[in-house]
Design a protein around this ligand. Structure first.
Ligand code: PLP
Length: 422
């Protein structure tokens, strides 16, 4: 059964982040429900990575499905320049109530990378509109902000970006803050401060880099310095937003407010593509002028898709429920208990956890890399045991949907321990 779909797939489809030569293990999925994916042989997989970190409440959630269905029969799409609609208004209203109080406007796009592009354009054009000459961007080492050219530019350089290196714009990369390196980070900022248009960062967790984590207090200190020095801040919550860190947003762990924020992934509960960028009135007001040239000239065909907005509204309603937070807390606690055991395993180099996100870094001889042999052994092993876990090099991580049961978590932990004995 697999073979037929695989052969057809191979003839016509080109998959993301995949060397197509030798990519025979592509799994045809025919349906999904809650925590589970089912392939066309009826084999069940626990989706322990929320299908690339997007699924919050489980697959094919009937409440979200129903809301999208109703929206599809009412208003499926309308141009968002010169027109508006209830779902986009309601979603912006509901979201802004939960964000840091300086966030006042929502700009819609349709994925994470474009939400980042808009954020960068907002900050760069902010300075242009004000007549400042500031062109450099500040970002963290190991950053990941997406795959379009602007987003790639502010992300770490590596094998992914190599062919495009000469086309990416200039970025000053700094280390993530620790209690030890703060002074040197401040010095680095001082050195370039007249030239820095903005600072973009993944707060608390650098997902794609391998779930690297830094402390809220340290980030708050760094943000506070940026604020003092007039450096605009873009907080990329595309991965960490909507409960992942154990609170609604990473912002809820921090004492400083960013100027601009980016969201996508969990925004619609992982059901529909949608991105959005929010900003403070400081940013918005720099565009609000009699001069037409000061407008933000950006938009996508599916900007503020009513369907995606309806999905996001439904997902946020589910996230407001007490039971959802009980599950998030339960996942957090179970992760912590498991890590206390795992850290004793001889193959384990480091364990880390924030909220529902857990990472186990394994020892290995060769240099850590995305292509490391470990992930090539572990990924098919986990699939064979009925679990979708996609290690990043030598880092096994879990980003489960919030609806995952204690039993499924326990099973995943057992299989991870088994994998450590391979
Ligand atoms: C996934 C991700 C993006 C890019 O989002 P896409 O929807 O995949 O384009 C940007 N920033 C962070 C932190 C991400 O995790």
């Amino acid at each position: 059964m697999h073979d037929d779909l695989r052969a057809r797939d191979q003839k016509v489809n080109w998959h993301p982040y995949t060397q197509m030569k030798g990519a025979s293990a592509i799994v045809p999925i025919v349906r999904a429900e809650g925590t589970y994916l089912y392939d066309n042989d009826g084999k069940r997989y626990i989706d322990a990575v929320s299908s690339w970190w997007v699924t919050l409440h489980g697959h094919a959630h009937p409440y979200i499905a129903d809301r999208v269905y109703r929206q599809l029969h009412t208003l499926e799409q309308v141009i968002f320049a010169g027109f508006t609609h209830e779902p986009a208004i309601q979603l912006a209203e509901n979201l802004l109530k939960l964000l840091p109080s300086n966030q006042e406007k929502v700009f819609y796009t349709d994925n994470g990378s474009t939400a980042v592009e808009v954020a960068l354009k907002m900050c760069i054009q902010y300075h242009a509109n004000k007549g400042h000459k500031k062109s450099k961007i500040l970002a963290f080492q190991n950053a990941y902000h997406g795959d379009t050219f602007g987003a790639m530019s502010v992300s770490a350089r590596g094998v992914w970006t190599e062919p495009f290196g000469h086309l990416l714009f200039d970025v000053i990369f700094i280390d993530v803050p620790t209690s030890d390196n703060m002074t040197s980070l401040f010095e680095e900022i001082d050195k370039h401060v007249d030239d820095i248009a903005c600072f973009i960062y993944e707060p608390l967790i650098q997902g794609a880099a391998g779930m690297l984590m830094h402390k809220p207090d340290d980030l708050s200190n760094l943000m506070s310095y940026c604020r003092q020095k007039g450096v605009l801040m873009i907080q990329d919550e595309i991965f960490v937003g909507f409960g992942r860190t154990g609170k609604w947003f990473a912002a809820d762990h921090l004492t400083e407010y960013p100027d601009v924020m980016c969201f996508s992934k969990g925004l619609t509960g992982g059901t529909m593509p949608l991105g959005l960028t929010t900003c403070s009135s400081i940013i918005y007001d720099a565009f609000y002028a009699d001069d037409k040239k000061k407008a933000l000239f950006h938009g996508h065909s599916f900007t503020a898709s009513p369907l995606a907005c309806a999905a996001a509204l439904a997902s946020m309603e589910l996230l407001l429920k007490k039971e959802t937070w009980e599950r998030i807390t339960a996942i957090e606690q179970k992760h912590q208990t498991f890590l206390a055991h795992t850290v004793l395993e001889s193959k384990v180099k480091n364990v880390r956890q924030t909220g529902t996100i857990l990472a186990i870094e394994l020892r290995q001889d060769e240099k850590t890399s995305y292509f490391s042999a470990l992930s090539e052994i572990l990924y098919p092993y986990f699939l064979s045991r009925g679990i979708l876990i996609r290690p990043l090099g030598n880092i096994i991580y879990l980003v489960p949907p919030y609806c995952i049961s204690d039993e499924d978590l326990d099973y995943i932990y057992t299989v991870i321990i088994d994998a450590l004995q391979l």
